[in-house]
Write a protein that binds this ligand. Structure first.
Ligand SMILES: [Zn+2]
Length: 374
């Protein structure tokens, strides 16, 4: 019996909506996970996240094993107790961060340097699972081999098969029955490799699946084809998590193709640079056009920031470097992204996801002056 179950409630073509049950509560899908890399979603706290309606957040194994270390977090009650977040948590395996550090990889594991002190470190599939068991998230991920694109087919293929062998080792090492271990589909933008990876990973019996190795340099068209191929090899009754995806069109494209869970640093990172996501298009709050603008960031948004403050005031905070600017813009960009995904869920229930996609695209078409500002 898995620690989690996912139940479908409605579908619209390949797109679906449902409920993920975890030991720390339910998550309605599709769902966007705010990213709490170091056990903190930058600039906001758990109270803000609850007010935003976040039902699942992500934390990062690589960073937490280095600072403060998984033993300390385990001693402090695991991630839930340590960061005072009572709702579900997912930890990634560290694979993506390690592979962006140009590691040495062999069949046993990866050797890489700490971003904190340059120390040489080693991570194997078994150790990644052990660290994630100490951190105590509801959902943990296998250690995978992530290949940057474009890459020769043989490199993508060998990474895909090694990911599969590592997935088997993670399964064998996983011992906590109150955590669900997800497999990860790799295979670059090659449809055959993606489908084979999905089928072979599914055959291992994971309760859910990450689709990794995307948003690493491929075009949107390539990503969509890779997603379709991956989904075609995965069981219909298990959740699918597209790792690292979070832009407006990318989210809707992936939901349309049957994806359920997402994470991305884009909404929070843009917020810290004064960039605002809205239903009418994205804009840079620093430009002079907003100097005396009394309106909210997005007139259709009900978040704390939009209900309370004007663009003029928020622009002033950004321009003077006030710390509250980070929090207030992060709250809005997360609200926008989670509202978009919730709207997609409603559209699936009403069989009008394609219409929603058209409408979102039409409304966001950026005017020339806004394009200059971004
Ligand atoms: Zn807002």
């Amino acid at each position: 019996m898995s620690a989690i179950t996912w139940t479908k409630s409605a579908e619209d073509g390949p797109a679906r909506t449902g409920t993920l049950k975890t030991p720390h509560g339910e998550v309605r899908t599709p769902a966007f996970m705010p990213v709490g890399t170091r056990a903190a979603v930058k600039a906001v706290d758990p109270t803000d996240l609850v007010a935003l309606g976040a039902e699942l957040i992500l934390a990062n194994t690589y960073h937490l094993m280095l600072r403060p270390g998984e033993s300390l977090i385990e001693e402090m009650g695991g991630l839930h107790g340590f960061m005072a977040w009572e709702r579900p948590i997912l930890t990634d395996s560290g694979g993506f961060q390690i592979f962006s550090l140009d590691p040495e990889i062999d069949e046993q594991g990866a050797t890489f340097r700490s971003v904190y002190d340059g120390e040489t470190l080693r991570l194997t599939p078994e150790e990644s699972v052990a660290v994630q068991e100490s951190l105590g998230a509801d959902i943990i991920m296998v250690l995978d081999v992530c290949v940057g694109l474009p890459a020769p087919r043989e490199v993508v293929e060998s990474g895909m098969w090694r990911t599969l062998r590592w997935a088997e080792r993670c399964l064998a090492a996983h011992s906590r029955d109150d955590q669900a271990l997800f497999g990860i589909v790799q295979g670059g933008v090659d449809a055959d490799l993606r489908k084979a990876s999905a089928e072979e990973t599914a055959a291992l019996g994971f309760p859910g699946f990450g689709i990794g190795g995307l948003s690493v340099g491929e075009s949107a068209g390539e990503r969509n084809l890779a997603l379709e191929a991956a989904v075609s090899g995965l069981p219909d009754d298990r959740p699918r998590y597209v790792m690292g995806l979070g832009d407006t069109e990318g989210l809707l494209e992936a939901i349309t193709r049957g994806a359920d869970l997402f994470d991305c640093v884009i909404p929070t990172r843009l917020a810290r640079h004064g960039r605002v996501l809205t239903r009418q298009g994205d804009f840079n709050l620093k430009i002079s056009a907003y100097e005396t603008d009394e309106g909210p960031l997005d007139p259709e948004c009900g978040c704390h920031t939009c209900v309370t403050h004007s663009r003029a005031y928020l622009r002033h905070l950004v321009r003077t470097g006030e710390l509250s600017a980070h929090r207030l813009l992060t709250i809005h960009n997360l609200a926008y992204t989670m509202d978009l995904v919730a709207e997609a869920a409603r559209a699936i229930t009403e069989s009008r996801l394609a219409e929603l996609m058209d409408e979102v695209r039409r409304r966001r078409r950026v005017s020339p002056s806004q394009a200059d500002a971004l």
